[in-house]
Design a protein around this ligand. Structure first.
Ligand code: HEM
Length: 480
């Protein structure tokens, strides 16, 4: 099978014409412009002109139950309202500690589940684990508990339950992709195939989300106080009372379902896919894995003693490894914007008509940064023991300690930048690093001998996020 993705096209054009700041790309009848190398132009689009070079209608299909924080244009008051309400949940330290706690509770359950349902032996080795799928299970569990206080119980039940949950979520997301291509009415009238499965999955999502909303509404009626580590749903419901919002400003049920959908969608796929590639990099680079194990053993005495600060402040090699993995295998390959200003807008000194699509090539930016480092994986690229921390660095750290990412300093744009950057950045970084520490503290990760050839041939591409066309399977060999 030949797998090719549009982001690659943009990158190749930038390589061929290294002096150009902007490339025009034609894909069938569609024409769009892409920028990637010029940092100032990227900032112009994503930060300075975020209202006039906005989301437009481009991402409207992602507003499955109505516009949401991801799909709505920056001029839409709904975006501002949702962003303001959701921000603390994924940024404040008390909430991040909640992410830490929930992830630490789920990981032992995940290992028990693997031990029970994969090839485990008496020495604690677990073999042939379908890691691509299992990582989705854990990130799904964490986002549901953290954001909605809702337990999908994937590790408490059987593999059949897990497969059933993954099945309908996959129908929901596949159907969502079809919505970008097929007209709306087909989803209403076609009674078979993915159209029907999508409709069923959508109804199921709405029912599940409404169950969460009703449960939380009852709880919120009994207790109006907003706690420090409140889940997102409670906060959304309670804020309506505490902030004395008018009826109009409060979130309607449809808005709530839409808000739940986007956090659910954005919150699990990207994190699991990042981890998937990170584990493959470790399994195929045993010398890097050893170096990281050494560091973890030095900084963290035991599995039970892992602390929040260990993840945010310590393990600089691991942080560097994660950043480099994000650079080479960036999960979201582009950020698309539309000229929404009436009469058009100027970008990089060039005038564009209203409706023109401008894409920030995150994939190309990562490949061409660091002196065109392309796929040259250097796990300690971001490790600098000699760097003397300035007062400004200390100020910048905020809640994430050393685990922060900065476009200017790191030349990385994994989570985008500006007012529409990733809402879940801090949560994702914390969750991913914690899962890596938890696994490496106990296991060496290896590609099973009998699958080495097959696994090396697995194709990577982008279907919304970076993905693999077949799952990665790993052995988890217990460390002594
Ligand atoms: C490694 C994991 C993740 C990556 C690489 C990632 C990447 C991104 C990127 C690149 C954008 C901005 C797109 C643009 O500029 O148009 C974005 C937006 C967003 N992300 Fe993430 N994300 C991750 C995890 C999460 C998580 C865990 C959440 C959970 C809350 C989340 C929620 C969102 C939301 C709500 C937006 C839209 C924000 C807005 O438009 O105001 N993401 N993400």
């Amino acid at each position: 099978m030949f797998v090719f993705h549009g982001y690659l096209c943009g990158m190749k054009a930038f390589q061929k014409y290294p002096n150009e700041a902007m490339i025009k790309i034609q894909q069938g009848p569609d024409v769009y412009f892409t920028i990637a190398k010029d940092k100032e132009m990227i900032k112009e689009v994503l930060i300075r002109k975020y209202r006039t070079v906005g989301k437009g209608e481009f991402l409207a299909p992602v507003g499955l139950f109505g516009p949401n924080v991801f799909s709505a244009d920056s001029n839409n008051p709904l975006w501002k309202k949702h962003r303001t309400l959701s921000n603390p949940i994924f940024s404040n330290v008390s909430h991040l500690r909640n992410v830490f706690r929930v992830t630490m509770e789920e990981l032992p359950k995940m290992i028990q589940f693997w031990t029970k349902y994969y090839d485990a032996d008496k020495n604690g080795n677990i073999r042939n684990v379908n890691t691509t799928q299992e990582l989705k299970s854990v990130t799904l569990t964490v986002i549901n508990r953290v954001a909605f206080d809702y337990d999908i119980e994937i590790f408490d039940k059987t593999p059949e339950h897990r497969d059933e949950v993954h099945g309908w979520i996959s129908d929901l997301l596949t159907g969502l992709m079809y919505k970008f291509v097929f007209p709306e009415y087909l989803f209403e009238i076609v009674p078979f195939g993915i159209f029907k499965r999508f409709k069923d999955a959508k109804n199921r999502f709405r029912d599940t989300a409404m169950t969460m909303v009703l449960k939380k509404t009852k709880e919120a009626e009994l207790d109006h106080q907003v706690k420090d580590d409140e889940d997102l749903l409670s906060l959304l419901l309670k804020s309506a009372n505490t902030l004395k919002l008018s009826e109009e400003e409060r979130l309607s049920n449809d808005e709530l379902v839409s808000a739940i959908f986007i956090i659910f969608f954005a919150g699990f796929e990207t994190s699991s896919t990042s981890l998937n590639f990170m584990l493959r990099l470790l399994a195929t680079n045993p010398e890097i894995q050893e170096k990281l194990i050494e560091e973890i053993d030095r900084d963290i005495p035991s599995l039970d003693s892992i602390k929040f600060e260990d993840i945010t402040e310590k393990l600089p090699y691991l942080t560097s490894f994660m950043k480099e993995a994000f650079r080479v295998k960036i999960p979201v390959g582009g950020a698309t914007r539309v000229i929404t200003k009436k009469g058009g807008e100027t970008v990089g000194g060039q005038f564009f008509e209203e409706g023109t699509v401008v894409n920030v090539g995150l994939y190309a930016q990562h490949k061409l940064s660091h002196n065109n480092a392309m796929d040259d994986f250097k796990f300690d690229r971001f490790f600098n023991p000699e760097k003397i921390e300035t007062e400004e660095d200390k100020m910048d750290k905020g809640t994430m300690g050393n685990l922060s990412m900065d476009f200017q300093k790191d030349e990385l744009i994994t989570f985008s930048i500006g007012p529409r950057d990733c809402l879940g950045r801090r949560m994702a970084l914390l969750e991913i690093k914690l899962i890596l520490v938890y696994l490496l503290k106990q296991y060496r990760i290896k590609v099973p001998e009998h699958l080495k050839e097959q696994q090396a041939k697995i194709k990577e591409t982008y279907i919304v996020t970076r993905t693999v066309l077949e799952p990665y399977i790993f052995d988890y060999e217990k460390r002594n």
